[in-house]
Design a protein around this ligand. Structure first.
Ligand SMILES: Cc1ncc(COP(=O)(O)O)c(C=O)c1O
Length: 387
């Protein structure tokens, strides 16, 4: 009998992987399900990005293995993007490493920095991959609370009242998913001071900074940040390229080297035409982001209407690719309302519990659906006559 490794028991199939099967099943039964769950941008990448992909793919010499650290054009592209967008200087030679999306980077970073038994601070609510990967590498997750009362920012007083001696790494994610909280400059400074005081690697996962966010920022812009922090970024949401799997990690050369040691043993570089096209995407000017965001802004107004229909409460100033809202008290939790809406209106809305216990009384709706689909969702949900 062949048994899987023990680590298999530490994780479950990703919630959306399971849910998508259920939605497929409903569709096969002839039900027209609208999926407002997943943050996979439905608008296209810029046309010059797709053209670059096609043109460079025609070159026979572009199909071989690529360097482990990415082509210079892509690393320079990331460095220029960071300079232009956030005012940060990064050395493209050794302070940037391209990744196949930030999700993969979470694994590489954890493999590079964590020993079994090391403790990791994880946001509750937060992106589920942080805890899954922590478990997979045998480290120990310790949740820290994010709540509406503290504007979904870490409470350093609470953290420092605890024993932090075994904590090696802390995941933060501003702009925050799922709560839509923006990065606050004072909190970013405190995070760096906290990391330096306790010798904790602060990892900021920053894929949402260009989506409906008036002030894109990077944790690396805080003085002294490179001593204790690294940052992940990605073209998935900012450039409508989620399926391409292109992201990066930035930080001081020593940290990047550790990550490269892991990554170079796991894959062999990205397809060159994708790297060339990604470099093109990183040159796009603010007008391009503005056009994409104008579409999201119109959709967000419709999502607010869905939330109003469901009698949920929410912050109209939240940023990013989703709307996060508190459910009315008479529902037990977000799952109850999500199940009701899927069952009766055939609209799928993400229940907040999948992001952690603090997400239980919340739901999250993605802006990656057309206005027509959102209007249809409003129509169907209105018929439910939620009392
Ligand atoms: C907070 C957060 N980090 C990372 C990711 C993964 O992004 P990528 O496509 O770059 O792997 C997501 C995707 O939904 C996310 O919400």
């Amino acid at each position: 009998m062949i048994k899987p490794a023990d680590r298999i028991g530490t994780v479950q199939e990703y919630y959306f992987s399971v849910k998508l099967k259920q939605i497929d099943q409903l569709r096969q039964e002839g039900k027209d399900v609208i999926n407002l769950g997943i943050g996979s941008p439905d608008q296209p990448p810029a046309s010059q990005v797709i053209e670059t992909l096609g043109e460079t793919a025609k070159n026979a010499s572009n199909h071989g293995y690529q360097s482990y650290i990415g082509i210079p054009a892509l690393r320079n592209g990331f460095a220029n993007w960071y300079k232009r967008s956030y005012g940060i200087d990064l050395n493209p030679e050794n302070e940037i490493i391209p990744m196949m999306g930030s999700k993969e980077a979470i694994m590489h970073i954890s493999m590079a920095f964590l020993n079994p038994g090391d403790e990791v601070l994880l946001p509750n609510p937060g992106y589920p991959t942080y805890s899954a990967v922590t478990n997979l590498v045998g480290a120990v997750g310790r949740y820290y609370d994010l709540t509406a009362e503290t504007d979904w920012q870490p409470d350093f007083k609470v953290l420092e009242s605890q024993d932090l001696s075994k904590v090696k790494l802390m995941w933060v994610n501003y702009p925050n998913m799922p709560t839509g909280a923006a990065a606050q400059p004072e909190v970013m400074k405190e995070l760096i001071a906290f990391g330096r005081r306790h010798h904790i690697l602060i990892c900021n996962d920053n894929p949402y900074s260009f989506v409906l966010n008036p002030r894109p920022s990077s944790l690396l812009s805080v003085d002294g940040a490179k001593e204790t922090a690294i940052e992940l970024n990605s073209l998935s949401k900012s450039h409508n390229m989620a399926g391409w799997r292109i992201g990066m990690v930035a930080g001081k050369a020593e940290f990047v080297q550790y990550i490269l040691r892991v990554k170079s043993n796991m894959d062999s570089g990205m397809f060159r035409p994708m790297q060339e096209a990604a470099a093109k995407a990183l040159e796009l000017d603010t007008e391009w982001y503005d056009e994409v965001n104008a579409v999201y802004a119109r959709r967000r107004d419709l999502v607010f209407q869905i939330m109003d229909t469901l009698q949920c409460t929410y912050d109209r100033h939240q940023v990013g690719l989703f709307v996060w809202a508190k459910i009315p008290d008479r529902f037990k939790n977000g799952q109850e309302i999500s199940d009701l809406v899927l069952d009766k209106a055939h609209v799928f809305i993400t229940p907040g519990f999948i992001f952690g216990s603090n997400g239980e009384p919340y739901i999250r709706i993605s802006l990656c659906a057309s206005e027509a689909l959102l209007e249809e969702s409003i129509r169907r949900i209105k018929q439910l006559e939620i009392q």
